[in-house]
Design a protein around this ligand. Structure first.
Ligand SMILES: [Zn+2]
Length: 86
């Protein structure tokens, strides 16, 4: 599982609406991926705040921001490839 796959499933993971098999894969990713662990915690807290305000859905721009942040971090680990081709 890649970070991008993880992030796609993250909200379902936190909602507990994913299958056991997929959950196990996400758990495994969290074990070795510190970045996603941080994002997961941040997202979880954000969702809790929104729940308190009776707004259940994660705003799209927040999801995009988190995704950008994690992908930038992941990309910075390997300097083999640039993400922004002209
Ligand atoms: Zn990751």
């Amino acid at each position: 599982m890649k970070c991008n796959d993880f992030l796609k499933e993250l909200t379902d993971y936190l909602d507990g609406t994913i299958s056991e098999g997929l959950k196990a894969e996400l758990d495994e990713h969290l074990h070795w991926c510190r970045e996603c662990h941080v994002v997961m915690n941040t997202t979880k807290k954000t969702i809790e705040i929104y729940r308190d305000n009776q707004i259940y859905e994660l705003p799209e721009n927040l999801r995009t921001r988190l995704q950008d942040a994690i992908m930038t971090k992941c990309a910075s680990h390997k300097h083999t490839k640039k993400t922004s081709d002209k």
